[in-house]
Design a protein around this ligand. Structure first.
Ligand SMILES: NC(=O)c1ccc[n+]([C@@H]2O[C@H](COP(=O)([O-])OP(=O)(O)OC[C@H]3O[C@@H](n4cnc5c(N)ncnc54)[C@H](OP(=O)(O)O)[C@@H]3O)[C@@H](O)[C@H]2O)c1
Length: 259
């Protein structure tokens, strides 16, 4: 396959950095897009310049947690700018990383933003692929970190089928160099877990002594209970288990002796 020029939006992020690496390993020319690379999707600063000669955009951006209206508006502005600039540059394929079940959780601000992103992409000017992924293996750690205070963190007992960030990046890199697929099947990891258990085991692997309290009254509510976050039966199951991922973690600095 001949080398392509592929812009990775969110290039410094958890998934974007890995996607860029995977594409570079395959010999493609990767254009990193993020504010720390000098390109701001919110204002459009240096975006037209960055997308010159680009064949494909992979959008792995994220926005900071905020109120629903501002979260939706920020996702919308960034996505709009990316699509419009992509059209001007003659981009042939736009790949968006989304989340499994965004349509099943009405009251979450981030999910509302992702739905708006999907709407703009699927009705927008560029041929597209939307890739719904389940929660990443480090999701429990991220969620616990949002509320952790004085050795206690609150986590909702979500039922999830988490996936390795490296595996998601490999799928994005694969799809980016193929034809637009429309809505791709859900991508997920191999096993189901309780998010509270994942948080406890992650803290243990980090050597951190944090008590994890299960609750539906903190960040996530009962609208995310049950099977709403689980992938469809025809999902593409990626190989790395949560247990395998845990073995790659390093204890946090200063945590020696806590285990
Ligand atoms: N976490 C999960 O379990 C999960 C599961 C499924 C899907 N997802 C989705 O996966 C996507 C990526 O998540 P992630 O955790 O990899 O994100 P992340 O690590 O937070 O990275 C976000 C990226 O977006 C860039 N960015 C933010 N604002 C920008 C702006 N105004 N202009 C240009 N770049 C900007 C950031 O770079 P700068 O800060 O340098 O600009 C960074 O590179 C999200 O959309 C999320 O909804 C997440």
């Amino acid at each position: 396959m001949s080398a392509m020029r592929i812009a990775v939006a969110g290039a410094t992020g958890r998934i974007g950095a890995r996607t860029g690496e995977a594409l570079r390993r395959q010999g493609h020319d990767v254009v990193p897009i993020s504010r720390s690379n000098g390109v701001d999707l919110l204002t459009g600063r240096r975006l037209d310049e960055a997308l010159q000669g680009v064949d494909v955009i992979v959008d792995t951006t994220n926005v900071a947690a905020d109120a629903r209206d501002s979260t939706v508006a920020t996702f919308a502005r960034m996505t709009h700018n990316l699509l419009e600039s992509g059209e001007r540059a003659g981009v042939r394929h736009h790949v968006l990383l989304s989340i499994v079940g965004v349509d099943r959780v009405p009251d979450n601000a981030h999910y509302a933003g992702k739905r708006e992103q999907e709407r703009l992409v699927t009705t927008g000017p560029l041929p597209w692929t939307v890739v719904p992924a389940t929660q990443f293996h480090d999701f429990a750690e991220m969620v616990a970190g949002w509320t952790e205070r004085n050795g206690v963190a609150e986590v909702a007992p979500l039922l999830v089928q988490p996936v390795a960030p490296d595996d998601v990046a490999a799928v994005l890199a694969e799809l980016a160099v193929g034809p637009p697929r429309g809505r791709y099947v859900d991508v997920a990891g191999p096993d189901r877990h309780d998010l509270v258990d994942m948080a406890r085991r992650t803290y243990q692997a980090r050597g951190r002594d944090v008590k994890v309290v299960p609750t539906w009254s903190s960040v996530f509510g009962p609208s995310m209970a049950g099977d709403v976050l689980l992938p469809a039966d025809d999902a593409r199951i990626l190989p790395t288990t949560f247990d395998e991922w845990l073995t790659t973690l390093h204890p946090a600095a200063g945590s020696e002796g806590l285990r």
